[in-house]
Design a protein around this ligand. Sequence first.
Ligand code: FAD
Length: 393
Amino acid sequence: MFDQLTTPEFLEIRNGIRRFVDEELRLIERELGLDSEDPWPQEVLRKVWRRSSELGFYSACLPTALGGKGLSILEQCALKADLAASGSALAMHVLGDLGGPPRVGNMLKYATPYHLERYFKPVIRGEKSTCFAMTEPHSGSDAQSITTSAVADGDELVINGHKHYISGAPFADFAIVMCVTDSSTTPPSITAVLVDLNLPGVTVSHEYVPMSGQHIDADIKFENVRVPKENIFGGEGRGFQLGMSRINVNRLLHCPTMLGLATKVYQASLEYAGTRRQFGGPIARFQAIQHMLADMATTLWACESMIAQTAALADAGADLRMKAAACKLFVSERCFEVADKAVQIHGNVGVTKGHPVEQAFRKLRMFRIFTGTSEIQRNTIARAILEPAQEKA
Ligand SMILES: Cc1cc2nc3c(=O)[nH]c(=O)nc-3n(C[C@H](O)[C@H](O)[C@H](O)COP(=O)(O)OP(=O)(O)OC[C@H]3O[C@@H](n4cnc5c(N)ncnc54)[C@H](O)[C@@H]3O)c2cc1C
């Protein structure tokens, strides 16, 4: 469990991050008067990435050879849970969750020296930001149905298409774009291409706001966008495998964020139950309220245990497909229940727009959709548990 991570090196990072959030990030938030539902100026975010990089946090998830601290997945989970529980609007930028090193970390092995110098090292240093663009308006869960195309023309590729709901796109410098490079096969051949987002023909627009209220997702349109063929990443026709290779760890790494959010609303509920008085005393003396708190505490413990165990398996190099899907399914559905109970305990305060409990309720609901919906996780789990039985039959 996270509190059992007690090596001096890890505690130094964990405490350092807490200080960075409390002493620097909250100050910026107060000075600018912005919270997680405001659009943040790009230059402020860039300063935060660079400062976090200076302090050694931004790329902490990467191996030491790449300038990181070689944190284990378990250690990353503990830090991400802390950051989500901090309630800081800038917390997600400390480890570069949106467009920084965690986005590229487990794909660096596919990078050529040109990719590293031009794209990935600047990301590691906090100078550039990226995003991963697979989904399209007509292609969600069925990711192989994308139609964005990259057609060879001499030494270049010409890209046309529309990517939808891409996290980090509003402030990304380049995107890792999944493109069809051969539509004559079934499924089509999909290739990852690195595309600078300031090129002629690229439009980034974010006319919608998800229920979390955050301004961190956008659509990217490509109209005859030309990039050199060297920008093919991971090999032609290897894009889908590349996307899938990062998805299991990504699913797992979303879980501590949900846990952190749910922990924060649980703690708020404990405090509220002790101070809110009805019928002549605190509502915490009603068994109905006690049972909700007891269920919340039990759920949080189960979620932390499951995350810690899945992370330990990831660190041991185990096949995570089924376990990461099960972890994301369980943690997203249960943490949303925790938020639902927190709203209930807070009564009218909990349904008031902008209250931290109401905000967490909306944020937690979204985790059941992205990085694979709950139904897609169940499909993955069902395949894993039924395949061996079907093979025997
Ligand atoms: C906030 C947010 C951030 C995102 N960030 C990114 C990003 O950075 N990059 C990116 O590429 N994409 C991103 N996405 C897109 C996300 O991955 C998709 O929304 C997700 O894969 C689901 O696709 P969909 O929304 O089109 O739903 P659909 O696939 O249309 O599904 C609709 C419903 O049908 C169900 N369904 C579909 N297929 C099956 C099936 N085979 N079996 C059972 N049920 C099924 C779904 O579970 C769901 O309930 C993001 C989405 C959101 C909301």
